[in-house]
Design a protein around this ligand. Sequence first.
Ligand code: GLC
Ligand code: CA
Length: 548
Amino acid sequence: MQRKWWQGAVVYQIYPRSFCDANGDGVGDLAGIIGKLDYLETLGVDAIWLSPVYRSPMDDNGYDISDYQDIAAEFGTLAQMETLIAEAGRRGIRIVMDLVVNHTSDEHPWFVDAKASKDSPYRDFYIWRQPGPDGGPPDDQRSYFGGSAWEYDAASGEYYFHLFSRRQPDLDWENPAVHEAVHRMMNWWLDKGIGGFRMDVIDLIGKEVDKQITADGPCLHGLLRQMHEATLAGRDVVTVGETWSATPEGARLYSDPARRELSMVFSFEHVTQTWDAEHGKWRSRPFELVAFKRVVSRWQAALAEAGWNSLFWSNHDLPRAVSKYGDEGRFRVESAKALATVLHGLRGTPYVYQGEEIGLVNPRFDSIDDYRDIETLNLYRERIAAGETHEAMMAGIRANGRDNARTPMPWDASEHGGFGKAAPWIRPNPDYAEVNVAAALADPDSVFHHYRRLIRLRKDEEALVLGDYRPLLDEHPEVFAYLRTLGGRRLAVVGNLSPRDVELALPAELESARVRCLIAHYDAPQSLSGRLALRPYEAFIVELAPPP
Ligand code: GLC
Ligand code: CA
C-alpha cells in the first residue's frame, strides 16, 4: 500500500476558546487562529485538529452543538471558517474538524422539535424511555459528568438519555435517519475542503441502551464502515476516532485500511495508567515508566502489520504533559524536550496540543471558583456531597482536571499573556511572563525550537515514519529506548525520563562505534559503546552505523 500523507504528518490541536482572542472579548476566536497561522507554519505542522467551533450554548465549551453547519458567534462566522481553511491550505496545513455526533446540544433544532411533541419526526433522533417501575429513571446508568444518564421530561412523561451533561442528549444511532443526517453534514464539510475529522467519543455510537452497553456496541464497526462509504470513500482525508474503550486489538479493527473505517484512533491506556483503579482520574497515581513502556510497546506491536497509531501526551481533556510525566520545576525545559523526543520517535502520527510546544505546565488554582470545566465542577459537587474532602478533590483536579490544559495560550509577556485585550474567560497560568511564545521563539534552545526540529526530522527520515519498532531496556525504570529500522537503516531513540543522572550498560543492539546524531538537546553523541551516561531528561535520536 502506498503511504498516506497523514502517516508522515504531525497534527496540532487547537482549543479555540483558549488559543487567541482577536476581538478582545476574553474568548479565543477564528480571527485569532488565522492570525497565528504563520506561527504554526514555522512550527512545521501539517494539520490542525480544531476542537469544536460550531454554534453552541457552550455548556461543554462547544462539545454541545446546536448547529453543525454554522459557527458560534463568539468564535466568528462561516466566512471566517472558509478563510481559515483557505489560509491554512496556502501554508500546507489542513483543517481537521471535530465531529461530535454521539450527542447534540439540547438547543439543536432536532432536539427542540423532538421535545416539543412525541409525534415530531425528530423524536426518534434521540433516546426516550418510560420511567422505571418506581416512577424514577428507567435504570441506574450514570452520566460521565455526574448524576443519572436519564433526564426527565415532564411534558411527555418520558426520560431522555445523555451520557454527558443533561444539555447533551445522545443521538439514537439505531435510527437510519440519524445516519443520513450526519453523513449529509459530513459531506457538506468535506466539500468545503477540510482535511478530515477527529471523531468525538465515537466508540459510544454503537450503544444498546436497554442492555446497558455503551462503549463498543455490537453495531459500532458496521456504523463506521457505512459512514466511511457514505462520506470518506474516495477522499484523501484523515480520520481519528476518540475511543477510550479501545484495546490494541480493537484499534486494529478501526484502523486496518482494508476494513475501511478510520485512519487511526486515540487510545488512552497510557493515560489511565496514572489514574487510581477505583477512584479514576480524581485520584492520581504516579507515572511509572516500566508499566508505561509496556503499554506503548503493546500498542506499537499490535498495529505493526495493519493499522496505525496516534501518539500524544496531552489534549484539551488531560493535564499538561510536563506536569504529568516530566518535571514542572527545575527540569521543565529538559523534560518537555525529552518527552517530545521519545514520543515523536514512535511509529504513528504525533499530535501536539497547543502550548505543549513551549512546555506549558498545569496552573495551580487555589479556589474551586477558578475552575470552569463542567466535568470538574459537577464531580466536585457530587464527590464532596458523597463525603470526599475538599483537599483530596482539589488534589485530583490539580493533577487530572480538564482545565489544566485550557488556560489561555501565552503569546508574550504583556498583560493576559498577549492572549487578548480583555481578561480571559479562565485565569492564565501565573508564569506567563517567562513561559510564552515570544520568549520561546527568541531562544534557539527553547522547547519550541526542539519541537520544530523534531517535526522537521519526521519529514526527512522515512525510517521515523515507517520503520519497525523494537523496544529495548524494557525493565529499566528511568530510560525509554527503542530502535526504528527501515531497509538497512537503524535509528535509536533514547531518553532518560528522570531528573537524575543515569548510567547503564549499553544493550548490544545499541553498540555503534560511530553514530550520526539526528537530534539531541545535550551534547550530541558521537558513538555508543560500553557504558552510557545520561544527564537528567537527556534524550536523543541517532542513526547507528550499518551492521558490518
Ligand atoms: C470528548 C471530548 C470532551 C467532551 C466529551 C463530550 O471526550 O474530548 O471534551 O466533553 O467528549 O463531547
Ligand atoms: Ca474573541
